[in-house]
Design a protein around this ligand. Sequence first.
Ligand SMILES: Nc1ncnc2c1ncn2[C@@H]1O[C@H](COP(=O)(O)OP(=O)(O)O)[C@@H](O)[C@H]1O
Ligand SMILES: [Mg+2]
Length: 397
Amino acid sequence: MTAMIETRGLRRTFKSRKGEVEAVAGIDLSVDGGEIFGFLGPNGAGKTTTLRMLATLLAPTAGDAVVAGADLRRESAKVRERIGYVGQTGGADPQVSGRSELHLQCRLYGMNARQSRERADELILMLELESCADRRTDTYSGGQKRRLDIGIGLAHRPRLLFLDEPTTGLDPQARARMWTEVKRLGDDGTTIFLTTHYLEEADALCDRLAIIDHGRIVSAGTPDELKRLVAGDLVTLSVEGDQAAALDVLSGEAFVRESSAEDGLVRLYVDRGEEAMPPILRLLEPLGSSFGRSRSRSPAWTTCSCARPAIRCARRQRDMKLLRDIWLIFGRYFGIFLHNPAWVVIGVLQPALYLLLFAPLLKSVASVPGFPRGGPYNVFVPGLLVQLGMFGASGVG
Ligand SMILES: Nc1ncnc2c1ncn2[C@@H]1O[C@H](COP(=O)(O)OP(=O)(O)O)[C@@H](O)[C@H]1O
Ligand SMILES: [Mg+2]
């Protein structure tokens, strides 16, 4: 099986007033094509930062990765073409309908108007959004919003989909529905990399998962392998290294109520097994003990050299794409602007009023070539155009 994601020493630090924050402290992982891979960890563990790096939204401070067959640093445009990314907070515009949002997304990925309409219809059917597709997205339920977010991420049929906490904040019913959706995508062959802080979600969905805490992967394996380490509120660890040292480190922790060791097993009674796992594994890490942890890594780095004409051609295409994207987005927001009578009135009246008030001042500074100095054109035309643009843009933006 070929790897869909391979990372080596991926690291990201942020500068803050208090100093450097090491959000991701060097991650090595390998995700196979076709699998659903989970990143399980508490808030602040570094899940979103890792995902944003792998989706080219954030530059790594150090390390390398190959994502969907392209080098993360050198071929970021290729990575973006091949992946879908659904952020933790979603990205749908509240002022437009779900259908319009899906349509725009398809257009931005280069489909023509007809193809985009067809793909939007297909996604609406697939994600069962028919009942709300033509309503503004700010009227959607949490589950509908999240399904639309997934639709946006899937618009261009990516082979790899990143889902950042797809069910956080959803009620149990919407969560169950989202699980069905994710499983179906996985069955259809899409590789999925999702983050979650629910153990039961990782268990229900993932073929393999990694537990992350304080920016480090503390354990990785199949859900069954990891579950064997956690038994309800009794956490049982099979420690092959220095058991006494492990017991010593763990028994001093406030969340460990009782601890014992025998036959190669360390048993801990904790308040909540799933919450206790990341700190337990982190505390044991410096001891170098082996506790059924599995790290799989097989670096297979490809260097890619491109011929110059190809680069020039790619640049021209990129510039054209940028212009087209600006045009598509301008069209979307100009349409919203025109549908809002109050904005149109303000957009026209405000600059006119402004000009009337400031006409004497502008009269002495503005000048349109070819028109007599001090005439009405010199006062109104340049200022009106500039300010229409300014006020119009600020009203929409
Ligand atoms: N832009 C940023 N500036 C400073 N610190 C950040 C920034 N983004 C994330 N962090 C910090 O990095 C750590 C990991 O954050 P994040 O990746 O969002 O965690 P998770 O998604 O697992 O909850 C946290 O301590 C967070 O406060
Ligand atoms: Mg997060």
